[in-house]
Ligand binder design. Structure first.
Ligand code: GYE
Length: 327
């Protein structure tokens, strides 16, 4: 009898060890006893912007227990090294899938190789990682270069060759910053525009205000601010008005922005202070959930999943458009 018990114990222990090591969930189940899909989401930073907050909430809502997921979200706090360690820890935990919004594109080869060796599929959202395609399954996000090109086409139409700009950049090395910056710099070269200065304000309103205050004292002829997100555009507007100048409209310093968060579209409609805003939809959660469920069914998924976006000229905004916005 003792021998049978011993053999049974070995069988159970082996099964549990195998299920943990094979990347399968460790049997997390919901109230109905159905196995939940364990997803580790490494978010660049929880609070860096309105966009980021909406992105995190979208993932939380879509990858819920009710929808069959056990979601672990970790805040990288915009620290690239912490993010690498966070993802390595998710691999150790043996999650079923890893989703990453990278702080920076570089430095991912090692940890994504570990994920592949552990049999854990990686899905990139928003930002990309500069690695071989075989180290991640798919990417969901916006075409940031195209966003920038949309903005500069509008600026060409609105100001022609008369552009004396300053340029507030996102976190350097992030995919959004790279794409939006490239489009603006190329357009400036082609059109003979002046870019007095470019500097990162890390997507942040306060930092953008401080940078803009300095630029206003150095460059009295500024007529355009190219801000790579709404929160930085907000900081620039605050600095412009504190200096007794006008932001936006037909006669003020032209403000270009990105993300098109609802509250900034409302600002544009009510005051004209943001002249043109290029949408970058943060609501990736449902798309990621669909991708994971497709992978669970053994289906293949597209490698690139662009999220669509519009652009808003303050002159044509309506309250109806804004009320219909989802973020
Ligand atoms: O524009 C900014 C956020 O990567 C598109 O990061 C995202 C950018 C977005 O913090 O607000």
């Amino acid at each position: 009898m003792r021998k049978v018990a011993f053999i049974f114990f070995i069988f159970v222990a082996t099964f549990l060890l195998a299920s943990c090591n094979s990347g399968q969930s460790s049997g997390i189940a919901n109230e109905d006893g159905e196995r939940l899909i364990r997803v580790g989401f490494s978010q660049a930073d929880f609070t860096e912007s309105d966009w980021r907050i909406a992105n995190t909430e979208s993932m939380r809502q879509a990858l819920s227990r009710e929808n069959g997921f056990d979601l672990i979200i970790v805040d990288a706090q915009n620290d690239p090294n912490k993010q690498l360690a966070d993802v390595a820890n998710m691999i150790e935990q043996g999650v079923d899938y890893i989703v990453i919004a990278t702080v920076q594109e570089i430095g991912w080869e090692g940890v994504l190789q570990q994920a592949r060796d552990a049999g854990i599929p990686v899905i990139l959202v928003d930002r990309v990682a500069a690695v071989n395609d075989d180290l991640f399954v798919t990417w969901v996000g916006a075409n940031f270069r195209e966003e920038g090109e949309t903005a500069v086409r509008w600026l060409q139409g609105f100001r022609g060759y008369d552009v004396r700009a300053v340029h507030l950049q996102g976190i350097m090395g992030s995919t959004a910053q790279i794409g939006r910056t490239g489009a603006f710099e190329d357009a400036a070269a082609e059109n003979g525009w002046t870019i007095h200065a470019s500097m990162t304000a890390n997507w942040d309103t306060i930092q953008a205000k401080q940078v803009m205050e300095n630029w206003l004292t150095r460059f009295p002829d500024i007529n355009v601010v190219y801000a790579e997100n709404d929160n930085m555009a907000d900081g620039a507007i605050q600095a412009i008005e504190a200096a007794g100048l006008t932001a936006g409209g037909y006669d003020g310093i032209t403000i270009i922005s990105f993300d098109a968060n609802r509250r900034y579209l409302q600002l544009a409609l009510d005051t004209g202070k943001i002249n043109f805003n290029v949408e970058c939809n943060p609501l990736h959660g449902l798309r990621v959930a669909e991708i994971i469920l497709a992978l669970e069914r053994g289906e293949s998924v597209p490698r690139i999943n662009y999220v669509d976006g519009e652009a808003f000229d303050w002159r044509y905004l309506t309250q109806e458009i804004i009320d219909a916005r989802t973020y």
